[in-house]
Ligand binder design. Structure first.
Ligand SMILES: [Zn+2]
Length: 143
């Protein structure tokens, strides 16, 4: 057990800042007009290599939403959240889409920064202290 399966994207992609796991293609970026408690947040259509947490109701500036926090599948860092449902009809466009907080992702192009070869891992310690600062009152903003 315990072997983490990580997908890789071809071309330019956004990666986990902490372990460089690929998270989303640059083409999946839909909007940079979102905000979280920690600063800018981006809306993506599709995100990979994340693990959703339990669904919960969360009141945001645009109304009540059902969201689940998403964490990096490899290092478990909290990266953002997924919109599971929206109470307001005007906000339904976000359902099934993902927020990645800008502070937790980096842009990587495969030519400039090749991923480490497979089979040589498990030597790094995930930043567990990150969870100490976990807060649930993240927020979004107008599209
Ligand atoms: Zn990671």
């Amino acid at each position: 057990m315990g072997r983490v399966f990580v997908e890789h994207l071809s071309g330019k992609a956004y990666c986990c800042k902490y372990c460089r796991t690929h998270l989303a293609k640059v083409e999946e970026l839909l909007s940079k007009q979102f905000h979280s408690k920690n600063g800018p947040a981006w809306l993506f259509g599709q995100v990979i290599n994340v693990v959703p947490g339990p669904k919960e109701d969360r009141l945001m500036t645009t109304g009540m939403h059902v969201v689940s926090d998403i964490s990096c599948t490899k290092c478990c860092a909290l990266l953002g959240w997924k919109y599971e449902d929206a109470h307001e009809e005007s906000q339904k466009y976000k359902v099934g889409r993902f927020i990645l907080e800008r502070a937790h992702v980096v842009e990587a192009s495969p030519s400039a920064q090749p991923p480490p070869p497979p089979g040589r891992n498990d030597s790094s310690v995930p930043p567990l202290s990150y969870f100490d600062g976990h807060s649930s009152d993240m927020d979004d903003h107008y599209f």
